[in-house]
Design a protein around this ligand. Structure first.
Ligand SMILES: [Zn+2]
Length: 470
């Protein structure tokens, strides 16, 4: 992986809540402590960590998604779940979670009618029964509808549809939309060139006519699924095919075809495709419980990632803990126990008795206490002489953030020489060339920067990564 210095980004404007939130259950006590009277913890809204990625494999990205990251073009980010106003939770699902709602079933039936007006060519189904298979069959037999899978490349036709969609559906100012911004957002990716390109067999395997064929090659790489009705491009699904599943990035549809509920159709179609082609998961991006633009994803069922333990929990089970956009964590910071049960009392992270209280703030309850936060601050102090870390100002990562490797673990690695001055080698791209440095040869800022990268991406990723310093 080749990446630029991670940035801790505080935005004043949040596109999810439009800055209208009264209380976002953030870690306000600690913000007050560090900012004094200046801060009430709400002076910034949307808070995330991000890094520009120059190059990574789909396997790298697959692992990062399961650590709570997402990409937008070549920018990789995840929200600071302790402090941000709208918490972005990774959600994934598969067919076993899908319970088609009445609305979804209606949309599918309408879509089948549109692409197969003569329903007599389809296998008969008993009255009032519903079958997802019928949607696949209708696509196979349709003469006016086709989904074409191709590399995520720019075309004028795609750009025009994108512009029409952004203006009509998202009320964007047409002057703000350019070929460049479209390309950066939905065509560019930091993946390997062979992954971007794909092979003829890969593209063929994605075609619905080949879904049941056994001679297939699994597509891995960024992809545009282009929906054509009567030879007109009416929708584009922007997808990443990854080893563990298919990740949905964005969906563009022609507002003239709003009656076809293409967003619903694409979701169900992609779930179906995952199952047929052997991709375990369908990653829907981020779920935001208290944002209507984002919580429709619950309609596909699925699981929510706990970033501390890197374990998924069924949405059904954890939905109440997310109420009003609260923090949900199972693993305590510093204690990652993959696979452990959602046992509220035992983990101390979720107190089931108090969860229903209007003012209950899990962020304060779990991370605000002296043990977690004060210990981390002590660690920052101990490491401070040698490593420039733990400042909450500007771009440095804060001492405590769910999903980062805790400072106590870093200290342990330093004590055990898992990270050490002589043997830890860092590849840095500067002045146009890649040079190797021993950790000990860097200055305090450089060493701190390395530690922050380890906290964010993990030790394994850092072993074969190159950092770009600007
Ligand atoms: Zn917000």
């Amino acid at each position: 992986m080749i990446f630029s210095a991670p940035l801790y980004i505080k935005e004043r404007h949040c596109g999810y809540c439009n800055d209208n939130k009264e209380d976002y259950f953030a870690l306000e006590s600690q913000a007050r402590k560090s900012l004094g009277s200046r801060g009430n913890g709400r002076d910034k809204q949307s808070i995330m960590v991000g890094s520009s990625i120059t190059s990574m494999t789909c396997q790298n990205y697959d692992e990062l998604i399961n650590q709570g990251f997402r990409r937008s073009g070549s920018f990789l980010y995840k929200s600071d779940l302790l402090r941000t106003c709208c918490r972005l939770y990774t959600i994934r699902t598969n067919m076993s979670y899908l319970k088609p709602s009445k609305k979804q079933r209606k949309a599918i039936n309408k879509f089948i009618k549109e692409i197969c007006p003569d329903e007599s060519i389809l296998s008969p189904v008993p009255k009032n029964t519903f079958s997802l298979e019928r949607m696949v069959e209708a696509q196979l037999k349709s003469t006016n509808f086709k989904i074409k899978y191709e590399a995520s490349k720019f075309s004028v036709e795609k750009y025009q549809l994108y512009k029409k969609y952004q203006v009509a559906v998202h009320n964007d100012d047409p002057n703000d939309i350019s070929e460049k911004s479209f390309t950066r957002f939905l065509c560019d990716s930091p993946f390997m060139s062979h992954e971007k390109r794909g092979t003829d067999t890969q593209w063929q395997s994605l075609d619905i006519d080949h879904w049941s064929s056994t001679a297939r090659e699994k597509r891995i790489g960024p992809t545009h699924a282009c929906y054509y009705l009567n030879d007109k491009l009416i929708a584009i699904s922007v997808l990443d095919f990854l080893p563990s599943g298919v990740s949905s990035i964005y969906f563009i549809w022609d507002p003239d075809y709003a009656h076809l509920s293409l967003g619903t159709i694409s979701g169900i179609n992609e779930l179906e495709m995952c199952q047929k082609l052997g991709y375990d998961w369908y990653y829907l991006g981020y779920y935001v419980e208290d944002c209507d633009k984002m919580n429709y994803k619950a309609n596909f069922g699925g699981e929510i990632l706990d970033v501390c333990s890197e374990t998924y929990y069924p949405l059904e089970q954890v939905k109440r803990y997310l109420a009003n956009g609260r923090l949900f964590v199972v693993g305590t910071i510093g204690e990652t126990k993959p696979g452990h049960e959602l046992d509220c009392e035992a983990t101390g992270c979720i107190k089931s008795g108090t969860i229903n209280e209007v003012n209950y703030n899990a962020a304060e309850d779990v991370f605000g206490g002296d043990d977690v936060y004060t210990n981390a601050e002590k660690e920052v102090k101990r490491l401070h002489k040698y490593y420039d870390i733990g400042r909450t100002d500007e771009y440095k990562l804060p001492p405590v953030m769910p999903g980062l490797i805790p400072l106590s673990r870093i200290e342990q690695w330093l004590d055990e020489d898992v990270i050490d001055d002589d043997n830890t080698v860092i590849k840095i791209n500067m002045f146009g060339g890649v040079r190797k440095f021993q950790l000990g040869s860097l200055n305090r800022e450089g060493r701190g920067f390395y530690i922050d990268c380890v906290r964010l991406f993990g030790l394994d990723k850092m072993r074969d990564s190159t950092m770009i310093l600007q």
